[in-house]
Every structure is written in C-alpha cells, then in structure tokens.
Design a protein around this ligand. Sequence first.
Ligand code: HEM
Length: 376
Amino acid sequence: MLVKCISEIRLRGDVKKDLISHLGKYYLLFKADLLSSSPTQTKVIHRLGARKTIVTANPQNVEYILKTNFVNFPKGKPFTEILNDFLGCGIFNVDGDLWHAQRFDPCCLGDQDSLYKVVPILTAFDMAAEISAKRATTPVAATWKLKKLFGVGMIVSGLSEDMIRDMMISFIMAGKDTTSAAMTWIFYAISQHGNVEKHLVNEIISHFNDEQCDSLQEMKYLHACICEIMRLYPPVARDSKHATDADVLPDGTKVMAGDRVTYFPYGMGRMESIWGENRLDFSPNRWLDNEPENKLGENLGLLKEVSPCKYPVFQAGPRICLGKGMANVQMIYVVASIMNRFEIIPVRTGFEPVYLPLLTAHMYGGFKVLIRRRPV
Ligand code: HEM
C-alpha cells in the first residue's frame, strides 16, 4: 500500500524508483519473517476493500494447492483479467481446456530466434509487463479497470494486441526475463565468493566444451550454483491461485471460494525449517551429495533431488514450468562460456543489490561489471 502511495506522489523519477525498490525489498523480507514466525508458515491477510489472501510458505500446503487439489486452485479470473491485455489467451494466462490444449502442444513454444529479432515487440513486451505488474499491486481492482476504460495505463506501442498475444504464445516472457534475472544474480554471487569462483573455473576448464552438449551435464557445481542462487533470488518471487470452492489446507487454514492463495518461493528459500540455520548463506554445496572432494577441491557428488513443493522456483504439479530443463541448459551454457573466457569484476565496490519483485523479479538497476579476458 505504501509502495502504491509513493508511486502516486510527485517525486523525481529516479528518487521515486529508488524508494519503491527499497520498500519492495523490505516488504518481502518482512513477509518472509512473518511467515517464518507463524507456526504453520502461513498467514491470512485482510486488506480493506481487497480480496482475502492466504500466503503460504508451508511445503505441505504448496503441494496441496499445486498438485493434490490442483483443480480447485486455478489462476482464476482475478489473475487472468489483470494480464489479459498483455498475455491474451497464451498458456500463462488461461485455465481449464484452453490451458490443457496448449500445455501439450510443443508448437506453442514458437520460433524464438525470429522473435528475438523484433526489437519493437520486446519494447512493447516490457511496457506491458510493467503495466500488468502495477495492476497486480493495486489493492482495489476497480481502480485499474476504470483507468483502462479511459485509456490510462494502456499499451501505446502501435502494435496490435494480437501481435503481443502471439509474442506471448512464443513464451518470450518465460525465456527472456527469468533466465537473465537468475544469471545476473549468479554473476553477482560469484563476484562475492572467491572460493566459489575458483571451484567453478576449475570445473569449467576441465569439463566445458562448447561443441559438446553432453559436457553441460558434467558441470554439477555450476548447476548447484544456479539452484542455490534461485533459492535466494527466485525469478518468480510469489505466485497466486484463486480457490474455486471452499477448502481446507493441510495445516488447517480455511479457504473460502474466491480467496487468493499465494505460494511464496522467496520466503520459502529463506525458511530455517526448510534450509537450516545457514539458510541465508550462498552455499552451492548444499545441493550436492556429500561425496569426497577430488584434488582440485571439486565436489564430485550428484545433484540432490529436492521436492519442487519445498523449492517451487519452477512451480510444481501439473503446471510446473514447461521450460525448466531448457532454462537450466541455457544458463549453464551461457555462464560456462562467459566464465571460460572472462573474469567479471563489479564496477562498484560495496554494492548492495536490491531484489525487485515485479512480474518476474530482477536486480534493481542491473549489475554493472568490467569484463577482463581470463589469463590462460
Ligand atoms: C530460470 C528460468 C525460469 C524460471 C525460474 C521459471 C519459472 C516458472 C514459474 C514459477 C512458472 C509458473 C508461473 C505461473 O503459473 O504463474 C513457469 C511457467 C512456465 N514457464 Fe517457466 N521459468 C523459467 C524459464 C522458462 C523458459 C526458458 C521457458 C520456455 C521458453 C519457460 C516456459 C514456461 C511456460 C510455458 C510456463 C507455463 C506453464 C503452464 O502454465 O502450464 N520457462 N515458469
């Protein structure tokens, strides 16, 4: 609410953005603490004039919502209405039969290469994403609906909505913002942890071959770094469903028909009950089975299987991210090819990045770096 008020008052653009992003960060941390201190890691939030929201970081509840009783927790109209101008009937924004049909049709993935060439579409995409994120934070839905009626807060790119919808069907949103956000945080984390960088460079030098896809699977430590960074900075901070019928969650929380039920990957990634005392540390080894290290100090263990209901970074259940495998391969490939050749040095020392949770969450202002060729 405070964030909303600031966005309405007159301030210099950059000052306003700074304020909003810092408040956003503290709001998320506050919410994560609130859930941590709740005996069932679940809170029911009532706001005047707004829909009742149940926020949960409880893995049993998450499993129930996303898997066991999936049919009772669709995205729902309140969500799909917000994103309708942006996503139309793309897979992200539909439930039921329309969703089912697209889920099983690989053609929905579209031709990514051709889309990346269309810069004006990407600009319109960013605008549409920003407008939709603002709508999602408006407590009273009537406000954005009224604005829409008068043409305020609409996309003015000259592109037809059909075109934007086509773009969505090709999943640019999924591929463009999520993976780039995760990789920004990876490079930041590497720059802060010399020992991690050393392990990674050793692994990449001994295993990476950019002409052999198989070599990507061998880089377990890099994969562990990717899992670990998305635990602390998930590209999707929270995600909501809307109950069709009244229900009771496994922890006993009562849900009424129409309630918003939000699972919270950001909070779950910081939960002591899930990750232990060192939950706030960046520690890729937690993802590796405890095998002996080799003489380079590399952990040769396998990647641990962690239930997606404890780590719902890619969601879980029937609607689990369709691009999970592709995203991991892309990120391993990109990070390995960069680190194989270059050192990444932060421009600013003592830089404290801010996690900005919009439709996808990213590092506020980006991560400014110097690139230096790695000595051979
Ligand atoms: C680090 C990268 C990624 C993360 C963290 C991520 C995360 C997610 C999450 C949390 C959802 C559920 C969103 C919701 O239901 O509101 C989702 C859905 C989806 N993702 Fe990803 N995603 C990533 C990359 C990708 C890529 C590269 C693609 C494909 C190009 C992709 C395709 C999809 C699709 C099609 C859905 C919708 C699935 C459905 O509704 O059935 N994602 N993803």
